[in-house]
Write a protein that binds this ligand. Structure first.
Ligand code: CMC
Length: 392
């Protein structure tokens, strides 16, 4: 069968060519379709970035209007779909509900499953972008026993999501525009990150020509893990744990350095960034502003900043080039916005969705695409022969 190269974790193997996202990990550079992440975070909007990632160019105002309009048209879920949410236990993790729900989209929307029909692919892309916030909000509402709100299509994408999440049918929901802007920006920062674990999963599943809903639901599951998107939840739990132990940063850092089983500095380190995660820099700046806008203070923010300071001046982290990643500060913001800790990774999924879609579509349109099928280096027994049960 010829020679194979062993590369656990694919640290050095490119699985594809891609024209979507550029990362220079040494220099701390991230660009979507050539545009620096800092510019997009400051000037663009999430739906505009979704368009850019999927279609390759920033939209004209006409194109953006049409894209928006199509997304709005698809925000509702089939009424029967609602029963789905109440079928899960109240304490279900929202990421598990989200991936199940995304998978179930292929049972409701059978007119958009053909990966080779451009119109169907586009319809399923729009449906995913439109329905994911509704699904996420319904999973949350069900978990706290509140009524589900229909989307309000007079609102913007993020406003609509916040209202469905935190609003009640009995009272008007006041939305702080600063919160909308920051959440929109956080979605932009998460929108793509080339061949990360969940995106590679979406591509691998899609490479068998599975439909877009199935591929994306697998991506949600990959994102669930604490080394990937689940890190934002894990960071907050870590900060709460340190806080409960009297804010003893030094002893926590020592436990990390001693490699106590299961103890890592969550929100630190990245496979590609060996300098600073440019997304973390933007998030860190936003965190203070959000707390100020909300008139809140949080001892966990001070704790996170101290932890960062201690880690960045410690040889263990310096030698290994470990820096805060995007997940280090986002949890503090999400918490201030009122999201429960177990919903944080769902917010990551809402942000990452356009990237998954863009990468899946790029793969489907690439004539070089083959089914993903890694090889292995076999280390089991050589040939041996069956013995009867009675003689074992
Ligand atoms: N805390 C303590 N030590 C660490 C950490 C950390 N967060 N991250 C890496 N190391 C150590 C690791 O133990 C290893 O040490 P040694 O050389 O002595 O064995 C060295 O640094 C290299 O790490 P690695 O595990 O080989 O690096 P990787 O590229 O395989 O892993 C990572 C990358 C992100 C999974 C890892 O840094 C990690 O587990 N970080 C914590 C979880 C986290 O924050 N994940 C979010 C990533 S960014 C957003 C996203 O993708 O969702």
């Amino acid at each position: 069968t010829g020679h194979v190269t062993l590369d656990p974790g694919f640290t050095n193997t490119a699985s594809t060519t891609s024209a979507i996202t550029y990362i220079d990990g040494e220099a701390g550079i991230l660009r979507y379709r050539g545009y620096p992440i800092e510019e997009l975070a400051e000037k663009s909007s999430f739906l505009e970035v979704a368009y850019l990632l999927i279609y390759g160019e920033l939209p004209s105002s006409d194109e953006l209007w049409r894209f928006n309009d199509r997304v709005r048209h698809h925000t509702l879920l089939d009424e029967k779909f609602k029963a789905f949410f109440s079928a899960f236990p109240r304490r279900a993790h929202p990421m598990a509900v989200l991936s199940s729900a995304v998978s179930a989209l292929s049972t409701f929307y059978q007119d958009s499953l053909d990966p080779f029909d451009a119109e169907q692919v586009d319809r399923s892309s729009i449906r995913l972008i439109a329905k994911l916030p509704t699904i996420a909000a319904y999973a949350y509402k069900t978990s706290i026993g509140q009524p589900l709100l229909y989307p309000d299509n007079s609102l913007g994408y993020v406003e609509n999501f916040l209202r469905m999440t935190f609003g009640l049918p009995t009272q008007p929901y006041e939305i702080d525009p600063e919160i909308v802007r920051v959440l929109d920006m956080l979605f932009i920062l998460h929108a793509d990150h080339e061949q990360n674990c969940s995106t590679s999963t979406v591509r691998l599943v899609g490479s068998s020509q599975a439909n877009l809903f199935s591929s994306v639901s697998a991506g949600v599951d990959a994102l669930f893990g604490p080394l990937h998107g689940g890190a934002n939840q894990a960071v907050l739990e870590m900060l709460e744990g340190i806080h409960a132990n009297g804010d003893d940063v030094d002893s926590f850092v020592n436990r990390v350095k001693n490699k106590e089983p299961g103890v890592k500095l969550m929100g630190f380190g990245h496979r590609v960034y060996r300098n600073y995660d440019p997304r973390a820099a933007v998030v860190k700046k936003a965190t203070g502003k959000v707390l100020e806008a909300l008139g809140k203070s949080d001892p966990l923010l001070d704790l996170a900043m101290r932890l960062e300071e201690v880690a960045l001046s410690d040889d263990y982290f310096v030698e290994r080039k470990l820096y805060p990643n995007v997940d280090f500060y986002t949890g503090v913001i999400y918490k201030a916005m009122g999201f429960p800790t177990n919903a944080f990774t769902v917010l990551f999924a809402l942000g990452r969705l356009p990237g998954w879609i863009a990468q899946w579509r790029e793969m489907m349109n690439d004539p070089a695409t083959k089914i993903g099928r890694p090889r292995q280096v076999y280390t089991g027994p050589t040939e041996r022969h069956y013995t009867d049960l009675s003689s074992r």
